[in-house]
Design a protein around this ligand. Structure first.
Ligand code: GLU
Length: 494
């Protein structure tokens, strides 16, 4: 909430609290539910949000909640200046909880449908999806919709996918299916993978994120027109509706909505089957030997250890004896000079390589202007490390010339590839560079990081102090560095 609106807001809250108690006493005497959701939220200082657990909506990394819907809900709670009380549920239960008042908002990747509008209201739409028919790539597949009745299909209970099947049944009366009251399409994808069912339906945004976890599955048919995703809320709640509208308008005009989409969906490469299966194999066979070194470096330097492991996979595919033709070596592929700078005496020693690589990564981040926040700061650092900071600066100049934001990775990555074209590099200080390489480099690391989050989701990791896990986005790198041990700061040579 902006400072200039604070006064208005305090007054509004006061009115809300008063009307909450007036409403409460009225409803106690008349039994009529006259308390509006926004009054309740402001009076109790808490917003109850129901979501669905899925990597595209709400998930956990290192014990902390994350996900597109989670971040949106968190920002909305901040905007209202109340606590966020978020819990996950199925589509079916989420809709019921809106109707019975258990939740104020369903931020659950819900599609706006005519049928749902009879029971709940929707906020402004913030994402567009299509429904994808998902099946095994190595099994019998439907050629078109008329083949669907020959397959064993299951979808989420009360989902937009169920509504679509009911529509299709009008044309294909033999079409049948099962519904499952699972929390997420992940469970259904698991069933397709195991062969318990042959087909399911998943929204395109969710499938884009989760396909990589199930390389055997692919999208076979696009089943719907574009559908719009929005928050659901109780009907006849004009004040809540108004706040949600204003919130989304602000988020959109400030560019924050695009940034959140970039954070949660922007890294998605078209990873192929072999890349994902090789990664999984290497994770099982090579990674365990080094896992504790990554964890330790993560704790020592306040970095997400999965990011370090992702960088290392990009560099060496977790081969401790890796050597490149240019002489870089080891798990983190350090050059001789970098190793000397970081006091790494044996580049092929996994612990030294990881520890030195982690410190070097912090040093690279320190080269990025302080105003650029995590995670962009990290992507810039990685890109600069890969292509050279002079070339990165050149690409930022090109970005600026095009009227785009040179502090955003999502803008700069569009201009980096132009560094190989004479028309552009001839106007820049550091000249020609293969600028598409750092783009691929960063995107691969984001992909590997995401796969690691998925692969470790059920493992009990040693817990790390809250302080060390605190998201770096609300503090500068220098504040974070101050928390590090003095000998680490010394070795960073800043
Ligand atoms: N959009 C779906 C619905 O509204 C849920 C998302 C999914 O399960 O893929 O039912």
């Amino acid at each position: 909430m902006k400072a200039e609106t604070n006064q208005y807001w305090r007054a509004f809250k006061l009115v809300a609290i008063v009307s909450f108690f007036v409403g409460l006493s009225a409803s106690l005497t008349t039994c009529s539910p006259s308390i509006s959701p926004i009054d309740e939220i402001l009076a109790t200082g808490e917003i109850r949000v129901v979501t669905r657990e899925n990597p595209a909506t709400y998930t956990f990394n290192n014990g902390q909640a994350t996900g597109f819907e989670y971040d949106l809900a968190k920002k909305f709670a901040e905007y209202l200046d109340v606590e966020l009380n978020i819990y996950s549920s199925s589509v079916s239960q989420a809709l019921q909880d809106i109707e019975n008042g258990r939740a104020h908002i369903a931020a659950a990747g819900l599609s706006i449908t005519e049928a749902r509008k009879l029971d709940v209201d929707f906020g402004p739409d913030y994402q567009e999806v299509t429904q994808q028919l998902i099946g095994r790539r190595d099994k019998k597949q439907p050629k078109d919709l008329s083949d669907l009745p020959d397959f064993k299909i299951a979808v989420l209970a009360d989902s937009s996918h169920l509504e679509r099947l009911i529509q299709l049944q009008a044309n294909f009366p033999d079409l049948e299916w099962d519904t499952q009251n699972a929390d997420s399409t992940i469970e259904l994808m698991q069933s397709v993978k195991n062969g318990d069912i042959e087909l399911t339906i998943v929204d395109s945004n969710e499938f884009a994120v989760t396909q990589r976890y199930f390389p055997k599955l692919s999208s076979l048919i696009e089943l719907s027109e574009i559908q719009r995703i929005a928050w659901a809320m109780p009907q006849h709640s004009p004040s809540l509706q108004k706040e949600i509208n204003t919130f989304f308008t602000t988020l959109e005009s400030s560019g924050e909505l695009d940034q959140l989409k970039e954070l949660h969906f922007g890294y998605i490469n078209s990873f192929d089957y072999f890349e994902v299966t090789n990664f999984k194999k290497d994770y099982e066979n090579r990674f365990p030997e080094f896992r504790n070194f990554f964890l330790q470096a993560g704790i020592d330097y306040g970095i997400d250890w999965k990011l370090l492991a992702a960088v290392s996979y990009q560099e060496s595919h977790w081969r401790k004896n890796a050597v490149s033709p240019t002489g870089v070596k080891g798990l983190m592929m350090l050059t001789k000079n970098t190793a000397a700078e970081m006091n790494v005496t044996d580049r092929k020693d996994p612990q030294q390589s990881i520890d030195g690589g982690a410190r070097y990564l912090l040093k690279m981040q320190a080269k990025i202007p302080q105003r650029i926040q995590f995670p962009d700061r990290l992507w810039f650092a990685l890109a600069g490390y890969n292509v050279g900071f002079g070339h990165l600066e050149d690409a930022r100049i090109l970005t600026q010339r095009a009227g785009k934001n040179a502090d955003l990775w999502s803008d700069v990555r569009e201009y980096l590839p132009l560094l190989s074209e004479k028309k552009y590099y001839s106007t820049l200080r550091f000249g020609k560079a293969r600028g598409s390489e750092p783009v691929k480099y960063v995107e691969n690391i984001r992909d590997y990081h995401d796969l690691l989050i998925w692969l470790t989701r059920n493992e009990n990791m040693p817990t790390i102090d809250d302080e060390e896990l605190s998201e770096p986005d609300d503090e500068t790198l220098f504040q974070r560095l101050e928390k590090l041990k003095p000998n680490v700061i010394k070795s960073l040579n800043l």
